[in-house]
Design a binder for this molecule. Structure first.
Ligand code: UD1
Ligand code: CA
Length: 461
């Protein structure tokens, strides 16, 4: 094993193949833009390649796949995008990035855009094989059903050739070690090897897998590195997408538990690849974390809550049955209770909204109390407006705050108010009809009914 440092110093080009049509997904969205763990397939692959030291990124896309190029650039702004106009095989796709290969990086990683579960350490092992002198290094695995995969022909540690399923003899088909598809090529010999690949095979395609036998014919070394089936899961169908999601969720749950998050039913909690937890966090059952959530130390997320694009401050309590939408920023010790929705709103330290509320496009000052049924009426049918609630304010239950509106520090809104004008600091606002009492009215009504006078007039109100 070479030292990590040596691997790091070598330059590395990662080529992501994403020219596939993905017709079996039966979706209008390009295949690699489907997501697992709140992140697109291509983003997972790019992240793994970057973490494995891929300093230069090339993405090979099909025609009319501008959206794929945009997604790749969002993650790797310097990524070079190459178009493969006709799908003529995996080696042909790699050669679409000829210009990047010709710059002779030390290592070249070829990864598939639809194989999102490959972990960076597995890619690093491929690179380490190059550092040990291999010209080609291949990831092998033993799938439950090898049908359809290329088979690795080995002798001891040496990899002799890869035979595609359609070109294999029945004897070769009994080999259980299969090609995961991902490969590493030594930069200095890569073009020489790739340019010798032809399309004389059952599919008439340029097979990247032929690089192995060609490299050996040239007197170069090829190696296979075995990894688990999960890393190699390719996605062609929605069922495989769901299966990959399940594997990823288990990895994310295990990592969260390992980091100290308390979960009594982790199998019911759904995480995103970028969910971040502080220390001493508790997550109750059936919570969904969409992308972009951070949870501070000591916070508790109670059952059946849904969070995305939100920050939960230290010691805060969320749920049960709460919804935090993008831009929800909860300060320390905030309480957001059942059936409360928060969107684009900063809830400052110690503020509470415990029941049945919508807080959108707002600021709620520290220590303020938002009564049950309070609604920020942020949308007038055309535009969104802001509500600003001062620190220590008290909003009585069932109040509508019609934005734009400002409630001052320490102000008091009487229950049931419809607030349309700003309320100064420390003031009270009350906005409701006067309550009248008619003594004995109900009693008289019942007395009339008991006399059988069904159609009798109600007593005067
Ligand atoms: C490939 C391997 C096979 C391996 C299997 C693992 C080859 C020749 N075969 O077969 O040994 O067991 O993966 O899943 O490499 N692509 C392009 N342009 C093309 C062709 C493919 O961009 O012209 C991309 C696809 O979008 C996909 C990847 O390359 O991401 C693999 O192509 P695919 O046709 O699925 O290869 P397999 O036949 O599955
Ligand atoms: Ca495939």
């Amino acid at each position: 094993m070479v030292s990590g440092q040596k691997t790091r110093r070598r330059t590395c080009l990662a080529i992501v193949l994403a020219a596939g049509e993905g017709t079996r997904m039966r979706a209008s969205l390009p295949k690699v833009l489907h997501a697992i763990g709140g992140r697109t397939l291509i983003a997972h692959v790019l992240n793994a390649a970057i973490e494995a030291g891929g300093s230069d990124i090339a993405v090979v896309i099909g025609p009319d796949h501008d959206a794929v190029a945009r997604e790749a650039r969002a993650l790797a702004p310097k990524a070079k995008i190459f178009q493969q106009r006709q799908r003529r095989g995996t080696a042909h796709a790699v050669l679409a990035a000829r210009k990047a290969i010709a710059r002779r990086p030390d290592d070249i990683l070829v990864v598939f855009g639809d194989t999102p579960l490959v972990r960076p350490q597995v890619l690093r092992e491929l690179r380490a094989a190059l550092a040990r002198g291999a010209a080609v290094a291949v990831l092998g695995f033993r799938p439950a059903d090898p049908a359809g995969y290329g088979r690795l022909i080995t002798r001891g540690d040496d990899l002799l050739a890869i035979v595609e399923d359609g070109d294999a003899t029945s004897e070769q088909r009994t080999i259980t070690l299969c090609n995961g598809g991902l490969m590493a090529l030594a930069g200095k010999t890569a073009l020489d090897v790739l340019d010798r690949i032809d399309s004389r095979n059952s599919k008439g395609e340029f097979y990247l897998t032929d690089a192995v036998a060609i490299a050996r014919d040239m007197g170069l070394k090829a190696m296979a590195i075995e990894t688990g089936e999960d890393d190699m899961r390719g996605i062609n169908t929605k069922a495989q997408l769901a299966a990959a999601e399940a594997v990823l969720q288990n990895r994310l749950r295990a990592a969260a538990l390992e980091a100290g998050v308390a979960m009594v039913a982790p199998e019911t909690v759904f995480l995103s690849a970028d969910t971040k937890f502080g220390k001493d966090v508790t997550v109750e059952p059936n919570v969904v974390f969409g992308p972009g959530v951070t949870v501070g130390d000591g916070a508790t997320i109670r059952a059946f809550s849904h969070l995305e694009g939100a920050h939960v401050g230290k010691g805060a309590r969320v749920g049960p049955f709460a919804r935090l939408r993008p831009g929800a920023e909860l300060g320390a010790d905030v309480h957001i209770g059942n059936f409360v929705e928060v969107k684009q709103a900063k809830i400052e330290a110690g503020a509470k909204a415990n029941h049945l509320s919508y807080i959108g496009d707002a600021r709620v000052g520290g220590g303020a109390n938002i009564g049950a049924g309070t609604i920020t009426c942020n949308y007038d049918g055309a535009a969104k407006h802001r509500t600003d609630i001062g620190k220590g304010a008290f909003i009585g239950s069932n109040s509508s705050l019609v934005a734009p509106v400002k409630i001052g520090d320490g102000a008091y809104v009487g229950s049931g108010s419809v607030v349309t004008r700003n309320v100064p600091d420390g003031a009270l606002t009350l906005e409701r009809a006067e309550q009248r009492i008619k003594p004995g009215w109900a009693k008289r009504l019942r007395a009339l009914k008991s006399l059988g006078k069904k159609k009798a007039k109600k007593p005067k109100r």
